[in-house]
Design a protein around this ligand. Structure first.
Ligand SMILES: Cc1cc2nc3c(=O)[nH]c(=O)nc-3n(C[C@H](O)[C@H](O)[C@H](O)COP(=O)(O)OP(=O)(O)OC[C@H]3O[C@@H](n4cnc5c(N)ncnc54)[C@H](O)[C@@H]3O)c2cc1C
Length: 584
């Protein structure tokens, strides 16, 4: 214990002395831990939050270890699109004449009146303290990233990647790959793309280099298992228990531990606290197989008393938390992530998937072989530009100016088959050889995953139904059902009208063999609720008290509904600074 009891009592610090005695008592109850390593700050996770946190803490004079569960750094951030709507009046905005400020950013991200076509509110439930901290640190984070090797595409900020209604000025900049190899292909970008395309490779790789250069230690394949807190749930967080390929280690953090583990969508039990529908079959997490979002940070922190925060933001039906797959016939069908055979991760991803250009070319059916919705239906939206027209910041009238759009395929896909069970089960895209020709698909590996059970073909529709066997198909698909579904759909095409689900003028019959069934189950993407934090990114417990020595940020933190990299990098920037300032 670093406090001096005599000094405190002599100085009349009764409350502080009381706290000290409690801490001592807590420490006395804690079994002695055999520490294998010791450092000032332990950062758990090497993605969008962990990398900036580690650099900031190291530059503030702390010794830093980054623990990474995977054999590689970068997390979801590396596979991301690199669209970065940090604003607040940064140098790129200034260069291109965009007037922005921390106050405007704060006002935008707490604008209660931004409402999606479903009625769901983007920012209404954001925690003002957390947003204020973000708004004040967004521009400094932008400059910090630039100063540590991140190259932005040199063009005016735009709206691509989550910056429109509710973001009243242009804020999105794009991170260029420069010469870093793209994890999706294994090769660097082409000369034409190196300064023009947008990718998370250009974010994580230079930050990793910068961190190593200043002495941050990276321990790969070191999975944090739990946190050590003095007295169980009463004292400081003093370190972490780690698994390194079967070897258990304890690493002491003299100052602080930063949870930057990236969220919870990959943990079935955890995600079902928010949405009971999300059972095992939703196995196509967007950033996998590069890294998982297994809720390990949230669970470890909750084990030592942490609270969750802003849980509406996770259940609200907006944003990219759950998405319609853009690629079918593979497990990982997130529309903007295509694993290619040159990638070091390809063996785990197993297939690139078939990009659906026109949903007129397929029908989608449930486990029982029945259609359930208009295939051209969309997914939840976020910050929908011109979704409210006219949009007036903070206006009570915005909700009246909304263009109502009920055309949501996702909820129908997750409805299930009426067997009393949760989860919609597998969804299959069904099509024929004519559709293959129209889409110019090559329905062979590496484009489709036959071995994994995510793609089937047959000469008749009945045979196709009988072939669909894989672990999430919890009931066999009746061949008669699929034949009837295809037959009646072909009738709708002939009549020029979808009498079941109102698909706008169904165009193509499914008639020419071979016939195909390709995995088309919703994909999980974002985590928007997690640990309760304050403006400094300190983790807060169920009674509203700070847990000393514990910080969190990014997708593992709650209270902030915003997709992706800006909030994560910014909270890493904040957490690293305050973690390093703790006394050892
Ligand atoms: C395909 C795709 C495209 C995207 N595109 C964009 C975009 O264009 N713009 C945008 O703003 N956002 C985008 N995002 C979202 C963005 O990438 C994430 O929001 C962001 O990376 C999350 O940062 P994080 O630090 O919370 O988690 P991550 O970046 O995922 O990092 C978490 C790290 O923690 C590690 N970890 C987890 N548990 C443990 C443990 N127990 N012990 C040790 N290590 C652990 C993980 O392996 C991982 O490396 C995209 C995401 C995906 C998947």
């Amino acid at each position: 214990m670093t406090l001096n009891r005599r000094k405190l009592l002599a100085g009349g610090g009764v409350a502080a002395a009381g706290a000290m005695l409690a801490a001592e008592a807590a420490q006395a109850q804690t079994p002695a831990i055999q520490w294998n390593k010791e450092v000032d700050v332990v950062v758990i996770g090497s993605g969008a939050t962990g990398l900036p946190a580690s650099i900031v803490a190291r530059e503030a004079g702390a010794s830093v270890i980054v623990l990474e569960a995977q054999p590689h750094v970068g997390g979801h951030a590396r596979v991301s699109g690199g669209n970065m709507p940090l604003g607040g009046g940064n140098s790129a905005q200034k260069k291109y004449g965009v007037e922005d400020s921390a106050d405007l950013l704060f006002r935008d991200l707490t604008d209660w009146s931004v409402v999606q076509p479903t009625g769901s509110a983007d920012y209404r439930y954001n925690d003002r303290e957390i947003i204020r901290a973000y708004a004040d640190n967004a521009a400094p984070t932008f400059e910090f990233l630039k100063a540590h090797g991140v190259v932005y595409v040199d063009k005016p900020p735009d709206r691509q990647g989550g910056s429109s209604v509710g973001n009243s000025v242009m804020r999105t900049m794009h991170v260029a790959p420069v010469d870093w190899p793209l994890i999706q292909t294994g090769a660097p970008a082409t000369p034409a793309q190196r300064l023009t395309m947008s990718t998370g490779n250009g974010l994580t790789q230079p930050l990793h280099e910068a961190a190593k250069k200043i002495g941050v230690e990276f321990l790969l394949e070191h999975r944090m298992l739990s946190l050590h807190r003095e007295g169980g749930r009463t004292g400081r967080v003093v370190g972490v228990a780690v698994d390194n390929n079967g070897t258990r280690l304890n690493i002491r953090a003299r100052k602080a531990v930063v949870v930057a583990t990236g969220g919870s969508t990959g943990n079935v039990d955890f995600r079902r606290m928010f949405d009971p529908r999300l059972t095992e079959e939703y196995c196509g997490i967007a950033g996998m197989p590069h890294s998982d979002q297994d809720a390990s940070g949230e669970i470890a922190a909750m084990d030592v008393g942490a609270s969750l925060w802003g849980t509406y933001n996770q259940t609200a039906e907006h944003g990219s938390g759950i998405t319609k797959p853009g690629r079918v016939g593979c497990q990982y069908g997130y529309v903007n992530l295509r694993w290619q055979p040159g990638s070091p991760l390809f063996a785990k991803a197993r297939a690139e998937g078939l990009r659906v250009g026109d949903w007129q070319n397929v029908i989608t059916v449930n486990m029982l072989g029945k259609r359930f919705y208009d295939e051209t239906g969309r997914q939840y939206t976020s910050n929908a530009y011109k979704g409210i027209d006219p949009y007036v910041q903070n206006s009570y009238l915005n909700a009246k100016n909304l263009r109502w759009d009920p055309n949501n395929w996702l909820n129908a896909a997750m409805q299930g088959v009426g067997d009393g069970r949760n989860g919609g089960g597998p969804i299959w895209a069904i099509f024929d050889s004519e559709a293959v020709a129209r889409e110019k698909w090559d329905v062979k590996p590496p484009n489709v995953d036959i071995e994994g059970g995510f793609f089937f073909s047959a000469d008749t529709v009945e045979e196709l139904a009988a072939k669909i066997k894989m672990k999430y198909q919890r009931v066999p698909m009746p061949a008669r059902n699929l034949a009837e579904t295809v037959g009646s759909y072909n009738g709708f095409v002939a009549q020029g009208r979808d009498y079941d689900f109102g698909k706008p003028r169904p165009l193509y019959t499914i008639a020419k063999p071979p016939f195909y069934a390709a995995w088309c189950t919703p994909v999980l993407h974002d985590t928007r609720a997690g640990l309760r934090i304050n403006a400094r990114c300190q983790v807060v417990d169920m009674k509203g008290a700070v847990i000393p020595g514990l910080y969190a940020g990014g997708e593992s933190a709650g209270g902030f509904s915003m997709h992706g990299l800006p909030r994560c990098t910014c909270q890493g920037f904040i957490a690293g600074r305050h973690a390093a300032a703790e006394s050892a």
